[in-house]
Every structure is written in C-alpha cells, then in structure tokens.
Ligand binder design. Sequence first.
Ligand code: TMP
Ligand code: ASP
Length: 243
Amino acid sequence: MEKLYEGKAKILYPTDDPEVLLTHFKDDATAFNAQKRGTIQGKGEINCKISTALFQWLESQDIATHFLEQPSPDQMLVRRVKILPLEVVIRNIAAGSLCRQTGLKEGQILSFPLVEFYLKNDELGDPLLTRDRILILELATPEQLEKLQNLALTINQYLQQFFESCQITLVDFKLEFGIDSQGRLLLADEISPDTCRLWDQTETDPQARVLDKDRFRRDLGQVEAAYQQVQQRVLAKLSQGKI
Ligand code: TMP
Ligand code: ASP
C-alpha cells in the first residue's frame, strides 16, 4: 500500500475513506533527534495496544481523540487530522531536559503541573517555545492555545489517576493535537512508553523503576521487559474496569 507519511515510529496509510487513516506502529526506536537508532522488539504492537487502551479510557472521560479502531495488534484506524506543529509536554516531576536546562534535581515533585510547548521541527531540534513565539509564528490562535493548555492539564489528571491505579508514576509526557475536517481539536499521535516517563512505584532504585524509553535512551537494558510491564498493567486495569 502507498504510504502517506513515514515518521520515526509510525507509518500512515490512506484508506478508502478520505476521513480515515491507518497508522502502523513500528519497532524502530530513535532518541536525541534520531542521532541514536535501534529496535525495540515488539514495541509496535505494545505501543499500539497501550495507546488504544489510553485513548479509549480518555474517550470514556469525554476527551475527544483521533482514535477509531484497532484492526490488528500494531495498527490503528484514526480520524484524519491536520497535526498542529506543536509538541505539548506536561511534567509532574522533574526529569530529562527540564533538569538539564534548569538544574532541577531529577525526581523533584513540581509544585504544579508544568505545561510546555515545543516546535515540532527536527531540523531545528524541537526548540522550546514561548506563548508569544507561538503567536508570532501563527502555530496556534490565542483561543487554541488556551484550549490546549486546559486540555493538557485535564488529560494529565486522567492519565495520572489511571497510571496511579497501575502503581506507575506519570513523571512527564508529550501530546500532539490535530484539527479534523469539521474544525474539531482532537488528541492525536500516541500515548505510550515512547512518549511518557513512567516510574514503577514497586521499585525504589532510580534505574530499576524506569519503565519507558529512557531505558533505551540511557542504555539501561531490559527495554522490552519494561514496555511489556506497562502493557500488562494497563490492559489488566482496563479489563478489570475499575480505575
Ligand atoms: P524531555 O525531558 O526530553 O523534554 O521529554 C519530555 C517528555 O516528552 C518525555 O516524557 C519524553 C517525551 N518526548 C517525546 O515523546 N518525544 C520527543 O521527541 C521528546 C524530546 C520527548
Ligand atoms: N523521539 C525523539 C527522537 O527520535 C526524541 C526522544 O524521544 O528522545 O529523536
């Protein structure tokens, strides 16, 4: 089938319905703006299953997403949207670039959830934006920005609650949004151990507790096992139906 778009972790295909796209989740992994490349065996299926579960959970909480259906383990049917060129990062605990750029200690609980916007542009290295930069670049309208900020905080509350019930701490995560043909703002892309920092609450060791792509970024080993662990806990929680 002819590809519409191939990204670092997913391939998009058209379908017979112009409003619907098929997403294929790949096992390919990249980090540091694709300077580091590798494969995480089974990642495509795991991330597709976790994203499906989390989109369905969010939909049940009245969050509009692009998710339609999961026709096979590593494929998702989604509503076609025009992706906003923004990466919306929400942080509950200091880690990653926040620590590198501000000197905050990894693990420090933030006094309120931090919402940040980065420009989705690999050539420029996805720089951190300010509100005025977003408006000058016309990446979003003031109304969209306000809506994105509020949606990001609401989604954070739901996801924190969900992961907490799996004995996982949601440290930080990245969201992408798109606009559909009717002008609706929808949560898009994926929510998975590729796009979240997730710490196992049953482990106290700072390396052993890492259940996300930091295991790949920082060569911590046991990458597949960590992704499987997240999948197992998330799917078990949803099948029990009480979060
Ligand atoms: P950061 O600390 O590297 O800025 O990452 C913050 C969160 O965003 C973390 O959960 C990983 C996620 N993320 C992505 O999903 N894609 C990216 O390209 C980057 C840089 C981070
Ligand atoms: N996804 C980004 C990349 O491949 C960065 C990351 O997740 O660390 O470059």
